[in-house]
Design a protein around this ligand. Structure first.
Ligand code: NAD
Length: 333
């Protein structure tokens, strides 16, 4: 039913039902790493909930999925870690029109068009890495954004994450742990041979492999990582997102080098088109493109909501499952 035609009572019922349903899907996805539905179905239900809650804000509850990052992770047996600053999610858009609307809002808030750093959206799970005097001392998952899980021993088995930086800095950096496509294929083949349920996608496989009490399991899963964020740019002397990526690399941290700084919206379209084509040739999964205001002082000015930064947006690729369906239909008619 179109939102405008809903009675208040219908709206309340649908909002409550969606909140409950999405919480259940979120728990399976974030805590058990075993989704109950495809992402595009979750995304469609979530988008409907956002619109409902916008129109009927009286039905927003503090535990609504729109008000929380990830999941509470209460079922996890891993030790808990409180993040020094919340680890947020990203706002997402599914069309160029919506992306243009985000750009218009951002440009209006800032006062003029500013450069954006475009990055690939790595299909993995977020991790925070704390280095003290250059040494890796702690690693944690995002969890519910405020409290995550301690995965230090697990992360220490990941070869691309240095135990020591090239400079003795004390800094927390954040990035994405992912499972390369080749490791994912090998793992699922093995699981099927062993009569186990295969992982739904590389992201769930990465999360399931990292969040293990037995670190030998993590070690055998061949995970990798990219770092893309720090809340302490002054520690590494940078003023832009693109500059931060370069510095991370100098420090020995793994970074994805496909980022690009652009100054006009037309270049975003080109970048999106390019990686929609090239994504299948990458050795790791990506599920979209992240557009970030490049200047870090402007990021601070724009700030965050309770769940997402206002200075960034994720453009999500159309789901591969849906594309297959569309292609099959085209082939059969
Ligand atoms: P998200 O994964 O869509 O986006 C936010 C995350 O992107 C960040 O936390 C970060 O980890 C990651 N990221 C990757 N590359 C990045 C880059 N270059 N810069 C910054 N961040 C980058 O958001 P989310 O809140 O983790 O989860 C929502 C997603 O999970 C949706 O796609 C949804 O479909 C899926 N989900 C699915 C189910 C299901 O049942 N299928 C349930 C819950 C969530």
């Amino acid at each position: 039913t179109p939102i405008e035609e809903l009675t208040t009572q219908d709206a309340q019922q649908e909002t409550v039902r969606l909140q409950k349903e999405l919480l259940q899907y979120g728990a399976a996805y974030y805590e058990k790493d075993a989704p109950l539905v495809e992402d595009y179905i979750y995304d469609a239900l979530y988008a409907r909930l956002v619109v409902l809650e916008e129109k009927f804000p009286q039905y927003i509850t503090p535990d609504s999925p729109t008000q929380n990052v990830g999941s509470t992770g209460t079922k996890s047996e891993l030790k808990k870690v409180t993040h020094p600053a919340p680890m947020l999610s990203l706002g997402d858009v599914f069309s160029l029109d919506e992306l243009n609307e985000w750009d218009a809002r951002t440009t209006k808030s800032i006062g003029n068009q500013v450069p954006y750093n475009l990055e690939l959206k790595i299909d993995g799970l977020a991790v925070a890495l704390t280095y003290v005097d250059g040494k890796l001392v702690q690693a944690s998952t995002r969890g519910n954004g405020v409290v995550g899980e301690d995965v230090t021993a697990n992360v220490k088995t990941i070869k691309s994450i240095p135990q020591k930086l090239t400079e003795p800095l004390t800094i927390e950096v954040r990035g994405e742990i992912y499972m390369p496509k080749s490791s994912f294929a090998t793992l699922n083949k093995q699981r099927e041979a062993d009569g186990l349920e295969p992982f739904a996608n590389p992201r769930n496989a990465a999360a399931g492999s990292l969040r293990q009490l037995n670190v030998n399991v993590t070690k055998s899963r061949k995970l990798s990582a990219f770092v893309y964020y720090t809340a302490e740019p002054e520690t590494i002397g940078v003023t832009t997102q693109s500059g931060a990526l370069k510095r991370f690399s100098e420090l020995g941290l793994p970074t994805d080098t496909h980022n690009r700084v652009i100054t006009k919206m037309a270049d975003i379209t080109k970048y999106i088109d390019q990686y929609t084509e090239e994504r299948e040739n990458l050795s790791y999964g990506i599920d979209g493109v992240v557009v970030k205001v490049d200047q870090l002082d402007l990021q601070l000015d724009l700030g965050n909501t309770v769940k997402i930064p206002r200075w960034a947006i994720a453009y999500k690729f159309p789901p591969e499952e849906a594309l297959t369906v569309v292609r099959n239909i085209e082939w059969t008619v």
